[in-house]
Design a protein around this ligand. Sequence first.
Ligand code: ADP
Ligand code: MG
Length: 585
Amino acid sequence: MTRTTIRVLDPDTVNQIAAGEVVERPASVAKELLENAIDAGATSILIDVASDMAGVTRIRVTDDGAGMTPEEAVLAFSPHATSKIRDIADLSAVRTLGFRGEALASIAAVAEVTLVTRPRGAGALAGARVVVRGGEVVETGDVGAPEGTTVVVEHLFYNTPARRKFLKSRNTELAHIYGVVENLSLAHREIAFRVVHNGKERMATQRSRDLLATVAGLYGADLARALVPIGGRLPFLAVGGYVSRPSESRGNPSQVVISINGRSISSRALAAAVREGYGTLLPKDRYPVAFIDLALDTDLVDVNVHPAKREVRLSREREILAAISAAVEEALAGHDLAHDAPAEPVQQLLTAGEGGVAPAPAASEPRASYAAGHREIVLSDKQLRRTETEGTENLLPAMEPVGQVAATYIVAEGADGTLYLVDQHAAHERVLYDQVAGRRDAAPGSQELIMPVVLSLPPKESAALRDAMPFLAAEGFLVEEFGRDTFAVRAVPAALGAAEDPESVRETIAEILAGESRTAPDRREAVTCIVACRGAVKAGALLTHDQQKRLLSQLARTKTPWTCPHGRPTVVAFDRRRLDRMFGR
Ligand code: ADP
Ligand code: MG
């Protein structure tokens, strides 16, 4: 950004600008300071927060942006002093995050602010330092300083005790600050952000053009992998970004992150448009994770609506909302359900017709002999019987099984002609998981083994097992030590069934011990997952028509039938419209 000088807006302009309180809490200070650093063209920004038990004590933001001259550094604290617009007409083309010229003045009115700045390209000694307390300039002077600006805010709300009293706990305030940085760093990938709290680095992003890389850096590679890119265009709008596969959903819309022209905004209408693109792919009370970038002609965005600039008003809103929904729907149609090209699942069904679609397992399935098939069916029966429950709530659309593909996927038909494919293992895993997790507070169902399974372990592992014994007992495993490094497993969680197979009991325990270093709640969760996975009907197991039906109805009664506990989909749907489209009808 080229530097333009700061001037005080004339009263007429001031009167037309949305007025109101911008400094509500420490996070609003962080937001205003960060926005100034971004507007100054910084490439890297450090946010250093200090807190004690009572709350946030200091916020310091350092940027390598354009900096200010000593005169500007003082003027910047005057109300309505800004370098970003000259009059109200400039607002329609404004690209900067700030434009009201009020943040520094408002912050300095309720805190002590120290500003150190040097303009880019000025000599090393051309730095200026200004201290403002309660709105009064209390100190100015020359200092040596690096190019760019540092603003330190201390004693926030020292002169407004009422405001101070309304602050939430320290951790809540910190969480808000982190949230502000997350949103701004998603909207401004060209900048490297680093957050330090009480001397410890809490967050750091790399400079990158790539939204997905930034998402991965902030929220982890697993989330990034669950996202699909979206794209859409109107003459005045470009929609970009990523949305989650339906399997990765949330209980509220807070992870629908939207930016318009680099401005991170909150908008129910836009979030609803994103949700709309999922149609029935998400249950009613679930929301996707989404990171949406909108590039919109600036004269269609009115940023002068909300004093903290969190909300904007859009012209041609209806077209914009529709374009977003369509972009999301298209991305999911192309990606999630079919995984690849839309023709592929059709191909699969056709080839499967030569033997893979098993109307009943008795009709021979190429890879399994009749006898083996029979054994599997008996086992599946036991597994499914364990998860039979009452309960009436039905969260899946009604569907009737048609058969099985590759002894792994149940093919089902919905009343409206929708084709469903259900991963039988993932589905039963979900059923088991819900049951085990649902019984958390009751004593875990435990089932005695007909023959105890004996484990002889190397010393390190037996030490781990010994440590884990009380925990395992709480989860329904009865393990006794009977001799040096030798243990007998006498009972297992009921969800595992009377696992006749000693090898599977050994593997289960080994898997639990491998995840040993986790914290207690994580560990419970992990054990529940392991037990659900081990106890579930396997992929490759033949199921009778009746068993398929039972599994689908058990799945429908779980709380989140659309995904397995690992977040993979249990059900994919091809609605009638889509099938017709594939066949060019
Ligand atoms: P606004 O951002 O709405 O213009 P502020 O009160 O936040 O109002 O800032 C006033 C002015 O001070 C800005 O217009 C800008 O010229 C200058 N300024 C503030 N922070 C910085 C910074 N970090 N780097 C360079 N200039 C800054
Ligand atoms: Mg500002």
